[in-house]
Design a protein around this ligand. Structure first.
Ligand code: PRP
Length: 208
């Protein structure tokens, strides 16, 4: 049986559809309530976790495979896993977003940027030789400019609806984000065939 840690929320929904396409009985996933772990067809054991924790479960060998956004992988510096596949689901972009007046701001202080991703934000502004103050928020990062805490945000944009609903727009795209299948290095040795078989099935379903 393969053990998988799946990021809760949007990725979970998209991955459920992928598992359906490759022939698994996804009823236990659809019908689950507050369970944190479900078994599928006696072949997959799936646990549902927050994105950062998916990487931790993979690195500690608690699961064989993790399904997690490249945003989380880019933000975290630990890299003790194999990245086996781009699932091409949950696609979105990282962007600097603000009000349309952002590029005309005249400030006598450093720009303030709100984000859930301080490492990515730091790397991005360093690459532009711009010294900014980064303020980490845990969610609804758009609140930064809306309440006047920050001048802009660095966040993921999927449909753009959250930006639009709050009068914000993309100032500059930073990088595209997708969902990756990562694998514990030791488990890859022990369960290579099973893991590659799943990767192969998902890859074939993408080209259909
Ligand atoms: C993400 C992101 C944006 C929003 C973008 O937040 O941080 O707020 O989705 O999506 P959109 O372009 O389709 O509107 P999420 O919904 O994960 O909630 P959170 O910010 O509270 O973590």
């Amino acid at each position: 049986m393969l053990k998988i840690a799946l990021t809760k929320g949007r990725i979970e929904k998209a991955m459920t559809e992928t598992l359906n396409q490759i022939g698994y009985d996804i009823k236990p996933l659809i019908n689950k309530d507050r369970e944190l772990q479900v078994n599928i067809d006696d072949k997959l054991q799936i646990i549902f976790a927050k994105s950062n924790d998916v990487i931790i479960f993979v690195e500690h060998g608690i699961v064989d495979i993790g399904i997690v956004g490249s945003d989380t992988l880019l933000e975290n510096s630990f890299k003790d896993y194999y990245e086996l596949l781009d699932l091409e689901i949950g696609k979105c972009s990282f962007a600097v977003c603000s009000y349309p007046t952002y590029n005309n701001l005249k400030l006598n202080r450093r720009k303030r940027i709100a984000t859930k991703y301080p490492n990515i934000t730091k790397r991005y502004f360093e690459s532009k030789d711009e010294d900014v103050e980064i303020i980490k928020l845990e969610g609804s990062v758009e609140l930064g400019p809306v309440v006047g805490l920050t001048d802009a945000i660095v966040d993921i944009v999927e449909t753009g609806s959250t930006l639009k609903a709050n009068g914000l727009e993309i100032i500059e795209k930073i990088i595209e984000v997708s969902t990756k299948l990562i694998c514990n290095k030791t488990m890859f040795k022990y369960k290579k065939e099973e893991i590659l078989n799943l990767v192969d099935l998902i890859e074939k379903s993408k080209s259909k």
